[in-house]
Unconditional design. Structure first.
Length: 339
């Protein structure tokens, strides 16, 4: 059975020994309390240390998604955004001997599990209520633009390496989240519609091009779920979960912003709000704005693949066949305009 077919409870039982060994490397005692927060690409735990009363976060990486240098590169970007761009990101808590990425042995595996220990950031996801959602998207757009503006002039450290969310990385022979053809309830009819979508995306992305104004290092999961707003300091917003970050089109970050609700009738209004916030920081050409639906559908097709390859996650189980059917409806509407 694949790791992504396991339930969250099974993953927690499998990885807790790894997490415990990592905590010992970080100087925490065996009485530290581990609480599983999330299982997606990785397992994320809250760590409560009774000796100090401190809460921190431990991220245990899945096998085969990133190697050590790629994770170190992610952490370098977190540091740079915090120090140079004023974007609040979680600080890494190194071990006593200065290690930021731990390679921990795992029973039954020849490959280590990579583990990172982060500070705990106060705050909650912006409230997605009807009256506040446009304001939240305007905030999301402005923060996204600050990140894009920073990366265009950032001098990356030697050895910096992240993967790419280009066409090949998304849908090619080694598609990062698996094949959309293996998505839930992708039968012959669905395959025909999504094949036409795939071909149109490939053509339009190639035409759009990868010029430096349009393409660079992106968060790649820049959703409200990955913002933390501190209720005591509403202007203090943190960005978390950079694990998917890599090279892609800047507008892919908008595609990820509407993940799982691309069909919502409010999306046009939210697009306008996001653009309004974005343009307070960084200009966006009219011809680029016109291509936003392509990046929404690129992300949607990627999520069909993700749901199919992450059967053990709660999110995958809650979406399933309905998400595939909705994707075909959206694909037909998109193709009527862009094919």
């Amino acid at each position: 059975m694949r790791a992504h077919d396991l339930s969250a409870e099974d993953v927690a039982a499998l990885l807790e020994p790894v997490a415990r060994r990592a905590l010992a490397e970080c100087g925490l005692g065996p009485d530290a309390e581990l609480t599983l927060l999330n299982v997606s690409e990785n397992a994320t735990y809250a760590v409560d240390d009774p000796a100090t009363g401190d809460r921190t976060v431990l991220r245990v990486h899945r096998h085969g998604y990133h190697d050590g240098p790629e994770i170190e590169s992610e952490l370098a970007w977190l540091d740079a955004l915090r120090e140079e761009a004023g974007v609040r990101t979680p600080r890494v808590l190194p071990t006593g001997d200065g290690r930021r990425v731990l390679a921990m042995p795992e029973n039954g595996s020849r490959d280590p599990r990579y583990v990172v220990h982060f500070e705990w950031l106060a705050g909650t996801e912006p409230t997605p209520s009807d009256e506040k959602l446009p304001q939240s998207f305007e905030l999301l757009g402005a923060i996204t633009a600050r990140m894009h503006r920073h990366v265009q002039s950032w001098h990356r450290p030697p050895g910096f390496r992240r993967f790419a969310w280009d066409y090949d990385g998304a849908f090619g022979d080694r598609a990062r989240w698996g094949r959309w053809q293996d998505g839930v309830a992708v039968g012959d009819a669905e395959r025909e519609v999504l094949r036409r979508l795939d071909a149109t995306l490939r053509k339009r992305l190639a035409r759009f091009g990868c010029g430096p104004y349009r393409y660079g290092l992106v968060h790649a999961d820049m959703r409200l779920a990955n913002l933390l707003v501190d209720g005591d300091r509403p202007g203090d917003v943190a960005v978390i979960d950079f694990d998917d970050s890599g090279w892609s089109w800047f507008l892919y970050d908008f595609g990820s912003a509407v993940s799982f609700f691309e069909h919502d009738p409010r999306v046009p209004e939210l697009t306008d709000s996001w653009l309004r916030g974005y343009r307070t920081v960084r200009p966006l050409r009219t011809e680029d704005e016109a291509e936003i639906p392509t990046f929404v559908m690129m992300r949607r097709l990627l999520l069909v693949a993700w749901i199919g390859s992450h059967g053990g996650t709660d999110l995958s189980r809650s979406m399933g066949a309905e998400y595939t059917a909705g994707s075909c409806d959206l694909a037909e509407a998109y193709l009527s305009r862009f094919a």
